[in-house]
Design a binder for this molecule. Structure first.
Ligand SMILES: *Cc1c(COP(=O)(O)O)cnc(C)c1O
Length: 428
């Protein structure tokens, strides 16, 4: 088929899938030509302040000179090489750094290409761990409602069953155990009764359960909900009591977004397995990682078949590892805590005005995340162009209008984002 005669926007509409989108007219997208700092430059010349950091990832802004330079150097050395039987400096240096900055109990790293795959790997590791301990029936997972862990079939099985449309995939998705979403707000201690369902599920089914998987402190794409650190402490205790592993999915929360380098640092506990992704490369390349304890990696390595059963073609891609190493170094050398604290203060002030609007249910802010929850779901086709008219890039979903800007955003840009949210919501 020759589609050369079509305009760029027609090719896009008729032939290219976008995330959670459909093919065909009415699914218009904005054509971006380049990006720099916190600004997206559209092909028609308009400039938008980026409120999304390209889904949590672009923490240093676009077109960062240090990451650019490091990537150009690495490109001339080696852009890719297979990781089976071979290794390289970018992987070794990045693994060293990740082991240094994540909780001390996490000692081994599995690199993969995307967050979803990092979660798949975590789930497979949990299953293989128990199989190596002669408990091969422990293959199910406990997950919280409103959770989001990825789009592949394995990860979908632990996403919220309603928003994840489990009914549509019922014949192929593994049935997992769901507990209610954590309710106690962040900063408060939670009552033991909130864990009743979890305790009950563990009591009844721990023989079948390999791990509890949860996004610590912030449930992201499943509702942008912030919850009590104490809930996680109590979850850890129950996991230990009933002999199941605890997996933290820090793909959204990692690298400073909640005000701690990793969200688990809001607690005094550590997970057995931790997934990171998104901001890992500063949004430059696709890369994710699954970290585990020595106990888990040694148990898997000494069990049957004596190897971990996963190995992506582009595992530990040298360009991606280089971007991640430089991005992480930049972050740690920057005054990131001060920046997140400032973003939090600005978002609290800037979004406060929204609470007076009749269609707004709640405004909540944590670290570099600001959320305005509406009473009803937005119509993306009307709301998206309104934000672009205000000169900002904000992409709501469902009832949620939210921002998580690059950490380098200026106060004036942040104010523009908050004012745009107020104006657009009041015009709905
Ligand atoms: C985005 C996300 C994922 C999936 O990552 P992809 O790179 O999109 O596959 C998994 N878990 C959480 C918490 C996420 O935010």
């Amino acid at each position: 088929m020759n589609i050369n005669h079509l305009s760029a926007s027609n090719i896009d509409q008729q032939h290219i899938w976008h995330p959670y989108s459909a093919i065909g007219a009415g699914h218009s997208v904005f054509h971006v030509a380049s990006a720099d700092g916190c600004i997206l430059k559209l092909q028609d010349g308009r400039e938008l302040i980026d409120g999304m950091a390209s889904w949590w990832s672009v923490i240093h802004g676009y077109n960062n000179p240090q990451i650019n330079e490091a990537l150009k150097k690495q490109l001339d050395l080696m852009s890719h090489v297979m990781f089976g039987g071979l290794t390289h400096d970018p992987a070794i240096k990045l693994a060293t750094k990740l082991i240094e900055i994540t909780p001390p109990t996490l000692e081994t790293v599995f690199f993969s290409d995307s967050g979803s795959v990092a979660v798949e790997v975590a789930m497979k590791m949990a299953i293989q761990y128990w199989a190596s301990k002669n408990l091969p029936q422990k293959q199910h997972f406990i997950s919280a409602r409103n959770g989001y862990h990825g789009d592949t079939l394995g990860t979908m099985s632990v996403c919220d069953p309603v928003t994840g449309m489990h009914s549509l995939f019922s014949k192929t998705l593994t049935q997992q155990y769901f507990i209610p979403a954590p309710q106690t707000p962040f900063g408060e201690s939670c009552d033991e009764s909130e864990l009743t369902d979890l305790r009950q599920t563990l009591e009844n089914h721990h023989h079948d359960i390999s791990a509890i998987i949860i996004e610590p402190i912030v449930q992201g794409a499943g509702g942008m909900r912030f919850y009590s650190a104490d809930y996680l402490q109590k979850t850890r205790a129950l996991a230990d009591e009933f002999g199941v592993l605890l997996i933290f999915d820090e793909i959204a929360t990692g690298f400073g977004r909640t005000g701690k380098l990793f969200a688990c640092e809001h607690t005094s506990i550590t997970p057995d397995i931790m997934c990171i992704g998104k901001a890992l490369t500063g949004g430059y390349m696709t890369l994710a990682a699954t970290l585990t304890t020595r106990d888990i990696s040694e148990t898997i390595s000494s069990g049957d078949p004596g190897i971990f059963m996963h190995g992506p073609t582009f595992m530990a891609n040298p360009l991606a590892c280089t971007a991640a190493l430089v991005s992480t170094t930049l972050l740690l050398e920057s005054p990131w805590e001060k920046r997140i604290d400032n973003i939090e203060q600005q978002l609290k002030q800037g979004l406060e005005q929204c609470i007076t609007l009749p269609n707004v249910q709640q405004v909540r802010v944590l670290g570099g995340i600001g959320v305005v929850e509406l009473n009803e779901s937005v119509d993306m086709r009307t709301i998206q162009p309104l934000f672009v008219e205000q000169g900002v890039w904000i992409r709501p979903f469902g009832k949620l209008v939210y921002v998580m800007p690059p950490y380098i955003i200026k106060d004036a840009q942040l104010k523009t984002l908050c004012d745009a949210i107020y104006h657009v919501i009041s015009a709905l």
